[in-house]
Design a protein around this ligand. Structure first.
Ligand SMILES: NC(=O)c1ccc[n+]([C@@H]2O[C@H](COP(=O)([O-])OP(=O)(O)OC[C@H]3O[C@@H](n4cnc5c(N)ncnc54)[C@H](OP(=O)(O)O)[C@@H]3O)[C@@H](O)[C@H]2O)c1
Length: 348
């Protein structure tokens, strides 16, 4: 297996799904294959050289028989991913060789990307910040955090906001953006070190360790008048308990359900849901696809806040194509904080 960041232009390394994973996904579910870069492009195809893969928990859902919001990845197909590439050849008038682009791709050196997918195939202008930030702060996590805290939860100054998976790509930015909106922010993370990281890096006022048996009591004590808005990345029993901590007219944003493992598309629902009636609560889902037309404006706002020093891009930066299948399960087993990105190659 070629481990280098510089592979010959004639080699196309691929991670191909060997079998549909049962339980946690692992390297054994993929085959490493070396072939040649594609030479035949269809109308609208954009052939790129992959530079970065971004990791998202929902990739595990794409591997289920149902696929969730995507067509399921079939055995024999190259694993799909978000990523950044440099255009090699294009049969789409808007994309030119040499440009950097971000969008859906796959785990290979030479993926073909499409502009007519569910997310824009974004052309990345030359910038003085790291290219990989387009997968994190200006990518899925940052944009979901932005739309979630603003349009989804409509967080206003003085409110108490709780954000779970607060070290994650989305959660850390949701904490930062809720602070920018003037809220009192309580993060939730697994372990003392991760809670410290949340406090030191996101500006959250408090962070509670969900491994502590009394963590719900700790949140209750920190929010004596109740929680106005809960940004939920975890689901399961944590969501069930959080429903009981909501203030009257509280809002809950369902962004993800990390506790459910994503090994199939069924989830445990909250048994405390009658509290939604008692306290006139709102629960609303979010999916970035539904904001596709607002992404350029949101990315611009995130860029401006970052330039002004109001937001920090926090990354867990890895290198090497060979690592991809080992990194995927770490989304569920306690990866390091920040957006997980894997560098595949240097731009030319
Ligand atoms: N709706 C959308 O459009 C959209 C877009 C992006 C992401 N999402 C969802 O948002 C969630 C977070 O994704 P991300 O990319 O921001 O995160 P990420 O960087 O992949 O990090 C995953 C986080 O989940 C936490 N976690 C894992 N298992 C957990 C468990 N059993 N209980 C509590 N926490 C657990 C981990 O924290 P600890 O180490 O502290 O356990 C980690 O911070 C996912 O559910 C994802 O599907 C949704």
């Amino acid at each position: 297996m070629s481990m280098s960041l510089e592979v010959p232009a004639t080699v196309n390394r691929q991670w191909v799904l060997k079998r549909r994973p049962v339980g946690p996904v692992s390297r054994a579910d993929f085959n490493y294959v070396e072939g040649k870069p594609p030479t035949q492009l269809d109308e609208g195809d954009v052939l790129v050289r992959a530079l970065y893969f971004g990791f998202d928990a929902s990739q595990r859902i794409w591997l289920t028989e149902d696929g969730g919001y995507m067509d399921p990845i079939m055995p024999g197909e190259v694993m799909k991913s978000m990523g950044i590439g440099q255009v090699v050849e294009s049969r789409h008038p808007d994309y030119k060789p040499g440009q950097m682009v971000e969008g859906f791709m796959s785990w290979q050196d030479y993926p073909i990307m499409r502009a007519d997918g569910p997310m824009p195939l974004r052309i990345l202008p030359p910038a003085d910040y790291p290219l990989s930030w387009n997968l994190g702060i200006f990518g899925v996590g940052g944009l979901t955090a932005y739309f979630g805290v603003t349009a989804g939860l409509n967080v206003t100054a003085g409110e108490t906001v709780v954000i779970s998976a607060a070290t994650g790509a989305t959660g850390n930015l949701a904490c930062q953006i809720a602070k920018l909106k003037g809220a009192k922010v309580i993060g939730i993370a697994g372990g003392a070190a991760k809670c410290r990281w949340v406090l030191e890096n996101t500006g959250a006022d408090h962070c509670v360790d969900y491994r502590a048996p009394d963590y719900i009591e700790q949140i209750r004590a920190l929010a004596p008048d109740g929680v106005n808005a809960y940004f939920d990345n975890v689901g399961g029993e944590m969501l069930n308990e959080m429903i009981m901590l909501m203030a009257p007219r509280g809002r809950i944003l369902i962004c993800g359900a990390m506790s459910q493992g994503y090994e199939d598309t069924r989830c445990e629902g909250p048994s405390n849901y009658m509290q939604m009636v008692n306290n006139h609560l709102t629960m609303v889902g979010i999916h970035l696809f539904f904001y596709a037309d607002q992404i350029p404006a949101a990315a611009q706002q995130l860029g401006q806040w970052t330039m002004e020093g109001k937001l920090r891009a926090l990354e867990n930066h890895q290198e090497g194509f060979e690592k991809a299948p080992d990194l995927l399960p770490t989304m569920f087993t306690g990866k390091d904080p920040g957006k997980l990105v894997l560098k595949i190659a240097e731009p030319h």
